[in-house]
Design a protein around this ligand. Structure first.
Ligand code: AMP
Ligand code: TRP
Length: 334
C-alpha cells in the first residue's frame, strides 16, 4: 500500500443480474479510481444473506460478479479484491460495533424500511443490522473514501457516526470516511419508467439492460425505451426519458452532453435510440465474452480470492486487534 495515496473501500452484493445501472454507477468508477487510490474491493456475500438466497445460486452469482469485475478492467493485481466472508474480521468487528449501536438508529434506515416491506415474510435481525456490517467493512481498512450510489449515503452516515462514537469513547482508532458519489451517472433510470431507478429486481425485463443481454436484445430494449412525445434530443428535467438516454450515451462514449445535443440536432428519437443501443452493445459485448471466458477458469478465480483474502486479512486483523485491546479484551498470545 502506498502511504501517500488515499485508501478507498467499496463493495457490491453478488445478488443476481448486474445491470447497466450498476456498471455506470459503480463498476466504471471503481476502475477509474484504481490508479489514484489504494483500492480495496469486496464482494459483499454476507450482506446478501439478509434476504432469502438459493445457496447454489448465491455461490454462482459470486463467481459471476467477480468475473464481470475482472472483465470490466478491475485488475486484481492493482487492488485488493476479495470475498467478504473469507475475512472473519468483518463479522467480528460487527459484534463490537453492535454493542454501541441503538435499535432506533437502525430501524429508521430507509433501506431497512423498504426491504421490510418488500420482504415482509423475512424481516430478520441481519436485515436490520446490515448497516453495521457495512460500517465494519469500511472501518477495518481505515478507508478515507467510499464510492457508492446515492442510495447508500445514509449507510455511510451511520458508519461515520459509529467511527466517531468509538473514537470518543476509546481514543482515536478509526478513520472517519467520506462518501464519494460521482456527479454523472449516480442514478441511471429505468427504460420503461424514467422516474424510477434502473433495478435488477424490476419485474419488467425491458426496464433494465443486463450485462448478460446480447446485442440484439440491447438494441431492442433501447428502441422500446419510454420517451416523451416531442422529438428533440435535449437534456432537461422535463424530459426524464430522453435525458436518461443522453446520460447513458454520454457515460458510455465519453462525449459531453452539449456535444451530444449538437451531434443529434434534427435527428429523430428512433435513430438516437439505435445509436445509444449500439454504443451500449459495443461496451457490453466484449465484457460479456471476456466474463464467460474467465468464468470457465474457476481455479483462476479461486486463486484471485485466496490472494485477496490474505492481503485483506493482514490489514483487517491489525485493526481488529487494536479494537479488542481498546475495549478491554485480553490479548491472545501466539
Ligand atoms: P445494488 O444493485 O443495489 O446492490 O447496488 C450496487 C451498486 O450499484 C451501488 O453502489 C448502487 O448505488 C449502484 N447502483 C445500483 N443501481 C443503480 C442505478 N440505477 N444507477 C446508478 N447506480 C446504481
Ligand atoms: N450496501 C452496499 C450496496 O448495496 C454494498 C456494500 C456492502 C458496501 N458493504 C459495503 C458498499 C461497504 C460500500 C462500502 O450497494
Amino acid at each position: 500500500m502506498n502511504e501517500e495515496k488515499k485508501t478507498l473501500f467499496s463493495a457490491i452484493q453478488p445478488s443476481g443480474i448486474i445491470t447497466l445501472g450498476n456498471y455506470i454507477g459503480a463498476i466504471r468508477n471503481w476502475k477509474d479510481l484504481m490508479d489514484k487510490c489504494n483500492c480495496i474491493y469486496a464482494l459483499a456475500d454476507l450482506h446478501t444473506l439478509t434476504v432469502k438466497q438459493v445457496p447454489a445460486q448465491l455461490r454462482s452469482n459470486t463467481y459471476e460478479l467477480a468475473a464481470i469485475y475482472i472483465a470490466s478492467g478491475i485488475d486484481p493485481e492493482k487492488c485488493i479484491f476479495f470475498v467478504q466472508s473469507h475475512v472473519g474480521a468483518h463479522a467480528e468487528l460487527t459484534w463490537i460495533l453492535n454493542t454501541m449501536t441503538y435499535p432506533g438508529e437502525l430501524s429508521r434506515m430507509t433501506q431497512f424500511k423498504d426491504k421490510s416491506r418488500s420482504h415482509a415474510d423475512n424481516v430478520n435481525m441481519g436485515l436490520m443490522d446490515y448497516p453495521v456490517l457495512m460500517a465494519s467493512d469500511i472501518l477495518l481498512y481505515n478507508a478515507d473514501l467510499v464510492p457508492v450510489g446515492q442510495d447508500q449515503k445514509q449507510h455511510l452516515e451511520i458508519t461515520r457516526d459509529l467511527a466517531i462514537r468509538f473514537n470518543n469513547r476509546y481514543s482515536e482508532t478509526f478513520t472517519v470516511p467520506e462518501p464519494y458519489i460521482s456527479s454523472v451517472g449516480a442514478k441511471i433510470s429505468s427504460l420503461q419508467d424514467p422516474e424510477k431507478k434502473m433495478s435488477k429486481s424490476d419485474p419488467n425485463v425491458n426496464a433494465f439492460i443486463s450485462l448478460n443481454d446480447d446485442r440484439d436484445t440491447i438494441i431492442r430494449k433501447f428502441k422500446r425505451a419510454v420517451t416523451d412525445s416531442d422529438n428533440e434530443i435535449v437534456f432537461s428535467e422535463e424530459k426524464p426519458g430522453i435525458s436518461n438516454l443522453i446520460t447513458i450515451y454520454s457515460t458510455v462514449t465519453g462525449k459531453s452532453i452539449e456535444s451530444i445535443e449538437q451531434e443529434f440536432e434534427g435527428v429523430g428519437y428512433g435513430d438516437f435510440k439505435i445509436a445509444v443501443g449500439e454504443s451500449v452493445a459495443d461496451l457490453i459485448d466484449p465484457i460479456r465474452e471476456e466474463k464467460n471466458k474467465i468464468l470457465k477458469d474457476k481455479a483462476y478465480l479461486d486463486s484471485v480470492f485466496k490472494r485477496g483474502a490474505e492481503q485483506a486479512e493482514r490489514i483487517a486483523y491489525r485493526t481488529l486487534s487494536k479494537v479488542y485491546r481498546k475495549v478491554g479484551l485480553v490479548e491472545r498470545k501466539h
